[in-house]
Design a protein around this ligand. Structure first.
Ligand code: HEC
Ligand code: HEC
Length: 202
């Protein structure tokens, strides 16, 4: 093989294994067609991913790629909405480790915007008390502190969080052992109250 061809082969190899900032931008455009512009969702069943800690987002993507976390089928919400519905597992299957790390970093740098959504004030108050007792140790500041590396609950969409509770309680989504004990001790009314508390933080 000539030196030129070796270089060419090396170049092609580099092109398929390294991710540039430009590629990440293109990938984020696809993500944002479901997660909303700048990762801020306008759809209750799709989480806002802007401003979540880089580790949390990367970890979620690794878990989807390994099919360790349930993924529901979803339509594209904007852009070319004729694209076939897909799942987070299918989307993550195409991502390299580098892509995942870069996506985690990129979304962590964007601003989390709390969802404008309806909530019941009395339920929110009841939820605040439960949160303070059971959850604030790991989800501090009412679930808004990104430095906890425990996602952001405050201002996340209620329908998405409701699905998350269901996935944890059914055992389909793996979780921290200490959180499992806490979640399993909650009544259905407690869960509803918590959902209204998180929704109330706007
Ligand atoms: C076709 C729609 C769609 C596309 C495209 C999409 N997502 Fe998702 N994503 C969802 C839905 C819906 C959920 C909620 C979980 C579920 O239903 O599977 C989700 C969940 C997530 C979560 C979990 C959030 C959490 O707090 O645990 C992350 C992280 C995520 N997506 C990142 C991405 C990234 C990064 C991309 C682009 C590479 C992307 N998504 C592309 C629809 C989509
Ligand atoms: C021992 C620490 C700990 C405790 C206590 C805890 N959590 Fe968590 N929680 C975490 C961590 C870490 C994550 C992020 C990892 C993951 O996605 O499973 C998380 C994630 C979540 C999520 C998923 C967020 C998303 O974006 O998908 C929900 C919902 C949640 N916790 C609710 C609660 C509630 C409600 C309580 C109190 C009843 C609670 N947690 C108590 C550590 C904890």
């Amino acid at each position: 093989m000539s030196a030129y061809r070796i270089l060419l082969a090396a170049g092609v190899f580099l092109a398929v294994t390294s991710t540039s900032a430009a590629d990440i931008g293109t990938q984020m455009d696809v993500c944002n067609d479901c997660h909303g512009d700048n990762g801020v969702s306008q759809w209750g069943d799709v989480p806002t991913i802007a401003g979540i800690d880089a580790f949390g987002t990367a970890d979620a993507l690794f878990m989807y790629r390994d099919e360790e976390r349930p993924c529901s089928e979803s339509e594209y919400r904007q852009g070319d909405t004729n694209r076939a519905a897909t799942t987070m597992c299918a989307i993550s299957a195409d991502l390299s480790d580098d892509d995942i790390e870069m996506l985690g970093d990129a979304y962590s740098e964007l601003e989390f915007v709390p969802a404008a959504q309806d909530f019941d004030a009395a339920l929110a108050e009841a939820g605040a008390a439960i949160h303070e007792q059971q959850c604030d140790k790991c989800h501090s500041d009412g679930g808004s502190n990104v430095e906890d590396e425990a996602s952001i609950l405050a201002g996340q969409w209620m329908a998405y969080l409701e699905n998350s509770f269901a996935d944890y309680l059914s055992g389909d989504r793996p979780q921290d052992k200490k959180m499992k004990e806490k979640l399993e001790a909650l009544s259905a009314d407690d869960v509803t109250a918590l959902l209204h508390f998180y929704a109330s933080q706007q």
